[in-house]
Ligand binder design. Structure first.
Ligand SMILES: Cc1cc2nc3c(=O)[nH]c(=O)nc-3n(C[C@H](O)[C@H](O)[C@H](O)COP(=O)(O)OP(=O)(O)OC[C@H]3O[C@@H](n4cnc5c(N)ncnc54)[C@H](O)[C@@H]3O)c2cc1C
Length: 503
């Protein structure tokens, strides 16, 4: 029998992604007995790692933003992040590369970025400064209630924000693209700042204007790398879980959630029909797959969740090469010649883009431990549609796209890339769905779309079961490492508020 049961209050958590881990730490720090059940052989979920022939590939996140959120999580347990993991700020944040040969770097030093932009495009320095001030304002307006106070719906947002803030100061009426175009005249700069939507795997043409808060997240609080590889964050968190006495069960898939017929859940059913009783259940499995597979929702019951459409998926190409591509920075973006068309194909038409904007991570510049000497470690990620029954794609289609991506990279300066590949691995949307049980292979949970959901995701507290909560990228405040950690911390706070749990 699980330690989530017995004397005192037990919390059982389905899945050890960052949302589940954060919820476990926040609950255990409050003194609850916590057991985590993870179907994979290690914790971290999409924060995952693969070693092959001397290369270490981070399979999921490569950029850490808002490190203060992780500091707050460790502080709940009376610990310091830095005692578990070293994080490094990057001075050169994004290298942006265009088909016409233009290369534009974004530096952590705002003054330097401003000066460089102004030298290249006279007047762009002022545009950048005004845009960043607007971006900061959007962050500040959204940050307190949406990011920290568990606001879960437009109604709650209307109760916590003044009408002046909500409809005038917050950029809620326009799209992200409309506001980027209002601020920048030059098309390369429009492409770059529109692509900050990458952090939530959506389309800048469909997202509400306040999502332009993302550049301030990056410039205001830095873009960070976890020394030794991003997966070291999961290792540090695992150590903390153990120190807090959380029971971490690996290779344990949850098959259903027990119910008592009176709006309460009673625990978990694992493979082999093993039953675990619990007072509270938290699901880090995404909301829609969990409702379908663990709670047996009917199609009619699932209808209210349709607005929480999955974000984009991706093909994730990991290449080890026998040479170093010196022209690359740690984070690089190779732009589509028509990014609006790329957004339209992926997010409106759900088609594979022939000329996508490509994100390429090359961590060896910061951390030589990630590849053998004289070699490069490249993670290449174009965003593509999530899995759709009405527009199915085969492994062959994804392989073909990977080849088109390599063609584009060779054309844009990575000479003879194909010839220099010594290790190659490709993850498709079907792999991502299988590995993490994500909704249709989504990478960032729910799409951020002004018309479909106004950037809201599903609520953290089940509307049907009094003691069931959800955390992770499919609930508010959203996807990305810091956001899912916030969801876990918020869920623990809600549980403490909702129940006088015995400890
Ligand atoms: C290629 C890629 C690049 C990314 N880049 C970035 C980036 O640079 N920066 C950033 O901040 N974010 C990035 N992200 C997004 C980020 O990784 C996610 O938002 C975040 O890690 C998701 O955390 P989560 O809590 O939602 O859970 P997930 O990571 O989805 O984990 C859920 C866990 O639950 C487990 N599970 C599911 N169902 C069951 C079940 N029934 N029983 C037991 N276990 C179950 C799964 O195995 C998994 O371990 C990227 C993601 C990917 C895939």
């Amino acid at each position: 029998m699980s330690s989530a049961t017995g004397t005192g209050t037990g919390v059982a958590i389905i899945g050890a992604g960052l949302g589940g881990i954060a919820a476990a730490i926040a609950c255990a720090s409050r003194g609850y007995r916590v057991a985590l059940y993870e179907k994979n052989d290690k914790i971290g979920g999409k924060l995952n790692v693969m070693r092959k022939d001397g290369f270490t590939f981070d399979l999921g996140p490569s950029i850490l933003t808002l490190p203060q959120v992780f500091r707050e999580l460790f502080a709940l347990a009376g610990k310091k992040l830095e005692s578990y993991v070293n994080i490094l700020p990057l001075d050169l944040q994004w290298r942006n590369i265009f088909e016409d040969g233009t290369i534009i770097d974004l530096h952590a030093d705002i003054g330097k970025t401003r000066k460089d932009l102004d030298t290249r495009y006279p007047g762009a320095g002022d545009e950048f400064e005004r845009f960043l001030a607007y971006s900061k304002k959007q962050y500040e307006l959204v940050h307190k209630h949406y990011l920290y106070d568990s606001v879960d719906s437009i109604t709650e947002m209307m109760l916590t924000h003044s009408p002046l803030d909500l409809w005038l100061r917050m950029d809620s009426m326009k799209t992200m693209t409309a506001s980027v175009e209002k601020h920048f005249k030059e098309s390369h700069l429009q492409d770059i700042f529109n692509f900050f939507i990458k952090y939530v795997g959506s389309s800048a043409s469909n997202a509400p204007g306040f999502m332009n808060l993302m550049p301030w997240v990056q410039f205001g609080y830095g873009l960070w790398y976890v020394e030794g590889g991003m997966y070291n964050m999961a290792r540090g968190l695992h150590r903390l879980l153990v120190e807090l006495g959380v029971e971490v069960n690996l290779n344990r898939e949850v098959l259903s959630v027990g119910r008592n017929g009176h709006n309460r859940v009673t625990g978990l059913v694992l493979a082999g029909n093993e039953k675990v009783e619990a007072d509270v259940v938290i699901s880090n499995m995404e909301v829609i797959p969990a409702c379908k597979k663990l709670l047996g929702y009917t199609n009619a019951q699932l209808k209210s969740l349709h607005k929480f459409e999955p974000s984009c998926s991706g093909i994730v190409l990991h290449l080890g090469t026998d040479k170093v591509y010196e022209q690359l920075a740690h984070h690089n973006f190779f732009y589509s010649t028509n990014q609006k068309h790329h957004f339209d194909l992926v997010f409106n038409k759900y088609e594979l883009p022939a000329d996508p904007t490509i994100y390429l991570v090359a961590p060896v510049r910061t951390d030589k431990s990630q590849a053998p000497e004289g070699c490069d470690n490249l993670k290449i990620l174009p965003h593509i549609p999530h899995i759709r029954e009405d527009k199915p794609h085969t492994r062959g289609d994804y392989e073909q796209l990977a080849e088109q991506v390599i063609d584009k990279l060779e054309r844009m300066g990575l000479n003879d890339l194909r010839k220099h590949i010594v290790v190659r691995d490709l993850l498709t949307p079907h792999d991502i769905e299988r590995m993490y049980h994500s909704n249709k292979g989504s990478i960032y949970g729910v799409v951020t779309d002004k018309r479909k959901n106004f950037a809201f995701r599903a609520p953290k507290k089940s509307r049907q079961f009094k003691n069931l909560y959800f955390v992770g990228g499919s609930v508010n405040p959203g996807a990305g490492m810091p956001m899912v950690v916030l969801s876990g911390m918020q869920a623990a706070k809600m549980i403490a508020h909702d129940f006088a749990l015995k400890t």
